[in-house]
Design a protein. Sequence first.
Length: 80
Amino acid sequence: MHTWQLQEAKSRFSELVDRTLTEGPQLVTRRGEEAVVVIAAPEYRRQQGTPSLLAVLNGAPRGKPLDIVRSNETVRDIEL
């Protein structure tokens, strides 16, 4: 991953975008500290599109009883 200082990233933004699209994520620093990572839009959508299994399990309802209503009809005979 290539590292860019913020001023350099601002002045060479087109190159930053081109390198992101061809080489992958680019790191931008501000005052010597890591600030942001620039990634391509398709990669961002891929990461945001499908929640992880952990996120799904953490979002599952807890402690709520299931309200299941069963039919009162009798079971049909089936010939095999």
